[in-house]
Ligand binder design. Structure first.
Ligand code: AHR
Length: 634
C-alpha cells in the first residue's frame, strides 16, 4: 500500500519547475516558429542567391537571356548589406522564384501578405507575385506598383485558392529595364495573436498548451557560436527586422548531424520576440548569453580576459533592455519596439555547456558585474554537457564556492539511464546551488543519432525520471526537455519534442509527458512512500505526489514501467477529498510506438473516473503507463 501524507508540505514546487528550452536548431525559428515563407529574403546568405532560382537566366551568357539578378553589397556597417539589382531584357521571359524552407506551406482561403523594399525602378512599373505549385499552376497572386526612386516598402494582401505543402513564390516584372529589390517577404496574415509578420500559430499553440513555467532561449550551442565572431549577439536581433544582421546557423553543415547548408538565422525571431513570447505564455524569460568561449565541441575559442568587457556589457545591457525605464538607452529601444512596460526579467544564464577553469574564470567576472548592478537578478550558471566526470565535479565545486544560485545540467542518455536515475537528486547538497535540468532527452539509439526515435519507451522513461525531479523539488527548480522542435525535412538532431512540416505539427509522446507534468505541477510537494520508502523504480514503479493550493487538488503521478498491470492501493491522509476524481493515462504496450503526422495523437492522454473509499484509493495501472490521478480537496 502506498501512503500519501497531505498533512504537510515537504517543499514548494517552483512555478518554473517545468519549462521550455528553445533553440534555433532543426529549422525551429527560421522555417518554423517564425512564419516567414521566403528563404534568404534579403540576399544576405554567404551565397547571396541561395534559395532563389532564375530559370531563364544565365550568368555565363553575359546577360543575354531575359534578365538577371545581381547582388549589390553595401560596404558600410549596416546589418542589411545586400540587395538585388534586377535587369530585365525581356519581361515576358524572366522569373525569379523563391523555393521557401523546403517549400512554402499555403492554406486554401487563408490570407497572405507580400512585402518588398524597392528602389530605382527604370522602365518597370509593376511587379507580379504568384504562388505556384510544381507544375507552375497558380494558387494565389497579387501585384505591386512601384513608383519611388528611393527605397520604399510596398505590401499587398491576397487570398490563396488551394492548400499546398510545397508552394513556391514566383516574381515577374512588367516592362524592360531595371529595379533594386530587398526584403522580399511573405507571411500568413493569421499569426499567433494576429501580430504582423509574427509567429506560426499552430506551433506557439502547442507550446502555450504546455503552460510552461519558463522559456529558455536562444539555445543551446548557437549561443556560443562555432567561433566567437559567429556567436549569438542579442543586440543584433532587436530593432527593425530589415536591419538585423543575419548569421550562419551553428547547426549549418559541419558539426551537425545532418547537412543543411541553407540554414541561417534571420533573427526575425529576435530577443524582443522571445521576451514577448514568454510574456504571452505567462512564462519567465530565461535568456542564456555567451561567456566568451565559443562552443567547446567546435573551436572552443577563448576571448582573452582583458577583452571580456564587451561580453559582460552585453549581459548588463540586456537586463536594461528587458527591465530598464523608457529613458534608458536599451529600455528606449524596447519601448520603440512597442513594449514600454518592462518585461520583468528575473533570470539570466551565463554560458551554455561550458566547463573547466576557463569557464569559471570568465563566469566570475559576469557574476560580480551583474550582482553589483542588478542584485535582484538570479544568475544561472553551467556545468558542462555531461552530468558526471572530473570537470563536472570541478564545475560544481567551484560554483558552490562562488555561491552560485542555480546550475544548469544536461543529459542525453539511453532510456534505461533515465529509469535508473530517478534518485539522482536524492543526495544533492540541500545547502548548495539549485538545479536547472536544462536539457535532457532519452536517446533510443545514441546521442543525437539520426536514427533516434521519439518512441514510447523514451517518453515513459523520462516520465519515471521526472517523478524523481519532482520528489526533489526543494533542490530542482527548473527543468526542460531538448531540443524542442524539428522540421521533418530540415532537422539536424533527433529526438525532438515537437515535429512539424510546412502545414501541420504534432506533439510526440514525450511532449504529452512534459505537458501532463507541467499542467499538473502543483504547488507543494507531499510525501509518498511504500514501507516508508520513496518509490524510485522498485518493482518498476515510480511515484510523486503534490498538492495544488491554487486549484485545490491533490495530484499523484505514478509510472509503471513493467510489462504487467499493477494493482495499487493508496491511503491519503490529512485532507478531505471529493469522492470522485480523475485519472489521466498515457499508455501503450508497444514500447516502439510513436506519434506521427498521420496519427498525431496515437499516444495521448486518456481520461477515466476514479473513486475513493474513505481515505483509500484502488487503481489498476496498465503495463508501461504514465498516470496522473487528481482529486479535488473539499
Ligand atoms: O539540444 C541540442 C544541443 O545539445 C544544444 O544546443 C546543446 O546545448 C547540447 O549539446
Amino acid at each position: 500500500e502506498l501512503k500519501i501524507d497531505a498533512t504537510k508540505s515537504l517543499a514548494k514546487i517552483q512555478p518554473t519547475m517545468y519549462g521550455i528550452f528553445f533553440e534555433d536548431i532543426n529549422f525551429a525559428a527560421d522555417g518554423g516558429l517564425y512564419a516567414e515563407k521566403v528563404k534568404n529574403r534579403s540576399f544576405e546568405f554567404e551565397l547571396p542567391k541561395m534559395g532563389w532560382i532564375e530559370p531563364d537566366s544565365d550568368r555565363h551568357s553575359f546577360n543575354k537571356n531575359s534578365g538577371i539578378a545581381k547582388i549589390v553589397r553595401y560596404q558600410d556597417e549596416s546589418g542589411n548589406h545586400n540587395f538585388a539589382r534586377i535587369t530585365i531584357n525581356d519581361a515576358s521571359g524572366y522569373k525569379l522564384i523563391n523555393e521557401g524552407y523546403r517549400g512554402m506551406g499555403i492554406k486554401e482561403n487563408a490570407e497572405y501578405r507580400i512585402s518588398i523594399q524597392a528602389a530605382q525602378p527604370k522602365g518597370i512599373e509593376k511587379i507580379n507575385f504568384k504562388l505556384i505549385d510544381e507544375s507552375g499552376n497558380v494558387i494565389g497572386k497579387t501585384s505591386i506598383s512601384v513608383d519611388s526612386d528611393s527605397w520604399k516598402t510596398y505590401e499587398s494582401v491576397f487570398t490563396a485558392t488551394k492548400t499546398l505543402e510545397k508552394a513556391r513564390l514566383e516574381v515577374t516584372f512588367e516592362g524592360n529595364g531595371a529595379i533594386d529589390l530587398d526584403m522580399i517577404s511573405l507571411f500568413p496574415v493569421d499569426t499567433w495573436k494576429g501580430r504582423k509578420n509574427g509567429l506560426r500559430k499552430d506551433l506557439v499553440q502547442l507550446l502555450d498548451d504546455m503552460d510552461p513555467g519558463f522559456l529558455r532561449f536562444p539555445g543551446g550551442c548557437i549561443v556560443e557560436g562555432r567561433t566567437l565572431e559567429k556567436r549569438y549577439q542579442w543586440k543584433k536581433t532587436v530593432g527593425p527586422a530589415e536591419d538585423r544582421e543575419i548569421l550562419v546557423n551553428r547547426w549549418n553543415t559541419e558539426f551537425s548531424h545532418r547537412l543543411t547548408p541553407d540554414y541561417y538565422q534571420s533573427f526575425g525571431l529576435g530577443y524582443f520576440e522571445y521576451f514577448q513570447l514568454a510574456e504571452d505564455m505567462g512564462a519567465e524569460a530565461l535568456p542564456i548569453l555567451g561567456v566568451g568561449i565559443a562552443c567547446q565541441f567546435n573551436t572552443g575559442e577563448l576571448v582573452p580576459m582583458e577583452d571580456l568587457d564587451p561580453y559582460v556589457e552585453d549581459a548588463i545591457d540586456l537586463i536594461q533592455f528587458a527591465n530598464g525605464s523608457v529613458d534608458s538607452e536599451w529600455g528606449k529601444i524596447r519601448a520603440e519596439m512597442g513594449h514600454p512596460e518592462p518585461f520583468n526579467l528575473k533570470y539570466i544564464g551565463i554560458g551554455n555547456e561550458q566547463w573547466g577553469p576557463e569557464y569559471i574564470e570568465r563566469y566570475k567576472v559576469f557574476q560580480t558585474a551583474i550582482q553589483e548592478k542588478y542584485p535582484e537578478i538570479t544568475i544561472v550558471s553551467g556545468s558542462g554537457p555531461f552530468p558526471e566526470g572530473d570537470y563536472f565535479e570541478y564545475g560544481w565545486e567551484q560554483l558552490k564556492k562562488l555561491d552560485a544560485a542555480i546550475i544548469d545540467e544536461h543529459y542525453y542518455k539511453p532510456p534505461k539511464w533515465f529509469r535508473e536515475n530517478a534518485t539522482r537528486y536524492d543526495d544533492y547538497d540541500r545547502n548548495g546551488p539549485k538545479v536547472f535540468a536544462g536539457e535532457y532527452a532519452a536517446q533510443s539509439v545514441a546521442i543525437a543519432s539520426p536514427d533516434n526515435k521519439n518512441n514510447w519507451e523514451t517518453a515513459m522513461s523520462e516520465a519515471a525520471f521526472m517523478t524523481g525531479l519532482e520528489r526533489n523539488a526543494d533542490v530542482v527548480h527548473l527543468t526542460s526537455y531538448a531540443p524542442l522542435m524539428a522540421h521533418k525535412e530540415g532537422w539536424q538532431w533527433t529526438p525532438d519534442l515537437i515535429w512539424f512540416d510546412n502545414l501541420s505539427s504534432y506533439g510526440t509522446p514525450n511532449y504529452y509527458v512534459q505537458k501532463l507534468f507541467a499542467n499538473n505541477s502543483g504547488t507543494d510537494l507531499l510525501k509518498i512512500t511504500e514501507n516508508k520508502k520513496a518509490l524510485t523504480g522498485q518493482k518498476e514503479l515510480y511515484a510523486s505526489a503534490v498538492r495544488d493550493t491554487d486549484k485545490n487538488e491533490i495530484i499523484i503521478k505514478l509510472v509503471n514501467t513493467s510489462s504487467s498491470e499493477k494493482e495499487i492501493e493508496m491511503d491519503i491522509k490529512g485532507v478531505r477529498l471529493n469522492e470522485s476524481g480523475e485519472m489521466l493515462t498515457l499508455q501503450t504496450s508497444d514500447l516502439s510506438a510513436e506519434n506521427s503526422f498521420e496519427k498525431p495523437k496515437n499516444i495521448s492522454p486518456q481520461t477515466q473516473n476514479v473513486k475513493l473509499k474513505g481515505r483509500e484509493l484502488e487503481v489498476d495501472l496498465k503495463p508501461y503507463s504514465v498516470n496522473i490521478i487528481k482529486f479535488k480537496i473539499n
